[in-house]
Design a protein around this ligand. Structure first.
Ligand code: SF4
Length: 226
């Protein structure tokens, strides 16, 4: 049974085969994959990722050039007037919470001895407002360190296909890490996210045109339109 294993190093052969087929087909669909967020350093990506909650990357890319021009370093943003920051990030939604979050995390980074975003998952999740998903995105994208970000799309898609039976993101991450080689981690994670947006929708998955339909374990596949 998928996801019931305790030893992440040894998933059954059938699951490994399924994982390989899924990877190959998603690579075919998305030959090149990466974050659409625009950034020039890990701190900017971290801030942009926080701002991307509940909105599109496109929306975030409209505000971050203004934000980083006005407050170009973590120390600058740490001491920014919250109302001025709120005015800049307003259009990304939840602007008060997001402003508080990016100011707090910038202050925490500025207070570090090297003033840098840590290249380490445990240290990243210690930063205020940074969860495992955000930390994994930053590790993989900005530092090139293998990591699997598990968001709502990854959770839904991998459960439906049958690559895991877990709902807890850390356990899904563990299952996926056992199924895929390290060099594939960041890519498979980003592909699941994109696939969840494009095809395997939460409410009405487009199963009739899904390239994984013949291998997917989801029992309630959507029939094709008449
Ligand atoms: S067949 Fe349907 S449920 Fe399964 S992965 Fe494809 S879109 Fe998602």
């Amino acid at each position: 049974m998928p996801g019931a294993r305790n030893e992440p190093q040894s998933p059954p052969a059938a699951e490994r085969r399924l994982a390989r087929v899924v990877l190959n087909r998603l690579k075919k669909r998305y030959p090149v994959i990466g974050t659409a967020l625009e950034y020039v350093d890990p701190w900017q990506l971290l801030v942009a990722t926080v701002l991307s909650a509940q909105t599109t990357d496109e929306n975030v890319n409209k505000v971050t050039p203004v934000l980083f021009e006005r407050w170009p370093t973590p120390a600058d943003l740490a001491f920014a007037d919250p109302e001025a920051v709120e005015a800049v990030v307003y259009s990304t939604g939840f602007y008060r919470q997001k402003t508080a979050a990016i100011i707090a995390l910038s202050a925490a980074i500025a207070a570090r001895r090297d003033g840098e975003v840590p290249a380490d998952l445990d240290a990243l999740v210690e930063l205020p407002g940074v969860g495992r998903k955000t930390a994994s995105v930053v590790l993989a994208e900005a530092w090139g360190i293998p990591a699997i970000a598990v968001d709502t799309h990854v959770r839904r898609v991998t459960n439906r296909i049958g690559l895991t039976a877990q709902s807890d993101p850390a356990r899904i991450e563990r299952d996926l890490k056992a199924l895929y080689a390290q060099p594939e981690w960041a890519g498979i994670s980003m592909r699941f996210i994109q696939f969840g947006r494009d095809v395997c929708d939460a409410r009405q998955p487009r199963c009739w045109e899904c390239p994984l339909a013949d291998r997917c374990a989801y029992p309630d596949k959507t029939p094709g339109p008449e």
